[in-house]
Design a protein around this ligand. Structure first.
Ligand SMILES: Cc1ncc(COP(=O)(O)O)c(C=O)c1O
Length: 386
């Protein structure tokens, strides 16, 4: 059977390929997957259970329960002073994954260029390709904290450039941007008339400074598609719920696609998300405190054992350099798994600029992190620089 040419063009996820190796191995400490080790807080689970008992089992409005959209709007206003109209500027989606897909499908015409700072979250390039767009990867490096600069953007902007997908705090590097840095990027976006697709799924896990949403910057609300969700901060990956906020014509176009593909997000997840926004902040702050504690430990241990690592401003990822080992990212991850049974993700799973790095998720208990880092230290001592 002939497969679509677009689908043939995209590679399988580098993370999945690697984790197929982990399956079936015993006693592996996995610092690989990008999901919280916490279970969804009890009040959120309980609300979902009770909603089923109450008989909430139907479809909802395509855009999502109006009560939930009101709560999202209230949350964004309270937290960042953002004003989004729950009727027309907010769409509840199946995770940020769907929101991202809808955003790109709503704006991309064949041949449009989409700028993606790299290393990047694994789905940005493939989704752009599936939409008929051309992903243009902008290399970032540890020397500048894996940040893109206005100069980089300028260099890649031309008449065909439609949007930038910016993700901060960033998966895989943990990098985030200060308000001043975001402002300089916004000026370039404005000058070139490009759309910002801003994936801020880790915004509640920012440690170093206050998070600034891109759409809160002057003149940016009208050209930003703001994406956020419940998977990370509320430990709700399995509920598959997120949302997009943006200009009404874009949200209505995204809703049109969502209407024909998903119809709506499962009502049980929407009920849970409503509870998360109303009564979840305390649990988010507790989990955040724990991630922060682990970040201090992981980063200082990595530097101590010779894997230089900048301190991530957010997320639950560290992205240390493994250049001192003399191994490539893939060799390092493979050998570490084989010899010491610790699974990490090779930096190249996120693009070629990830070479020389690995991604370590510290969404694991401190005890497991201690054991994993002890094993990495042993691995390094047995593999002295070639
Ligand atoms: C940067 C980024 N965006 C989006 C997603 C997808 O999140 P969701 O579970 O909301 O689909 C992830 C998940 O790892 C992510 O790291």
């Amino acid at each position: 059977m002939k497969i679509s040419k677009l689908v043939e063009k995209i590679p399988p996820s580098g993370i999945r390929v690697f984790f197929d190796l982990v399956l079936g191995m015993k006693d592996v400490i996995s610092l690989g997957v990008g999901e919280p080790d916490f279970i969804t807080p009890w009040n959120i689970r309980e609300r979902a259970i009770y909603s089923l008992e109450e008989g909430y089992t139907s479809y909802t409005s395509n855009k999502g329960l109006i009560e939930l959209r009101h709560e999202i709007s209230r949350y964004l206003k309270h937290k960042y002073g953002l004003e989004y109209d729950p009727e027309e500027e907010i769409l509840v989606t199946v995770g940020v994954s769907e929101a991202l897909d809808l955003a790109l499908r709503a704006i991309v015409n064949k041949g449009d260029k989409i700028l993606i700072p790299e290393p990047s979250y694994v789905s940005y390039g493939p989704i752009t390709t599936l939409c008929g767009g051309s992903p243009i990867f902008i290399k970032t490096s540890p020397e500048n904290g894996f940040k893109i600069t206005p100069k980089d953007i300028n260099k890649f902007c031309d008449i065909k450039t439609k949007a930038i997908i910016l993700n901060y705090p960033n998966n895989p590097t943990g990098t985030s941007y200060s308000k001043a840095e975001l402002k300089t990027i916004s000026k370039i976006a404005l000058r070139h008339g490009i759309i910002m697709v801003s994936d801020e799924i880790y915004c509640d896990l920012t440690y170093t400074f206050d998070h600034t949403p891109f759409s809160a910057l002057p003149h940016m609300k009208e050209r930003t598609i703001y994406l956020n969700g419940f998977s990370k901060a509320y430990a709700m990956t399995g509920w598959r719920i997120g949302y997009a906020c943006g200009p009404r014509n874009i949200i209505s176009s995204m809703t049109k696609i969502h209407q024909y593909t998903m119809m709506c997000v499962p009502i049980t997840s929407q009920m849970a998300a409503l509870e998360a926004l109303k009564n979840g902040e305390k649990a988010v702050q507790e989990m955040k405190r724990e991630y922060k504690r682990r970040r201090e430990f992981v980063v200082s241990r990595l530097n101590e054992i010779g894997l230089s690592c900048h301190k991530p401003e957010g997320t639950f990822y560290a992205f240390p350099s493994i250049k001192s080992s003399g191994l490539s990212s893939m060799e390092f991850a493979r050998e570490l798994l084989k010899k010491e049974k610790v699974a990490v993700v090779p930096g190249t799973a996120f693009g070629p600029s990830g070479e020389g790095h690995i991604r370590i998720s510290y969404a694991s208990s401190l005890d497991r992190l201690k054991e994993a880092l002890a094993r990495i230290e042993i691995f390094l001592s047995k593999n002295k620089v070639r």
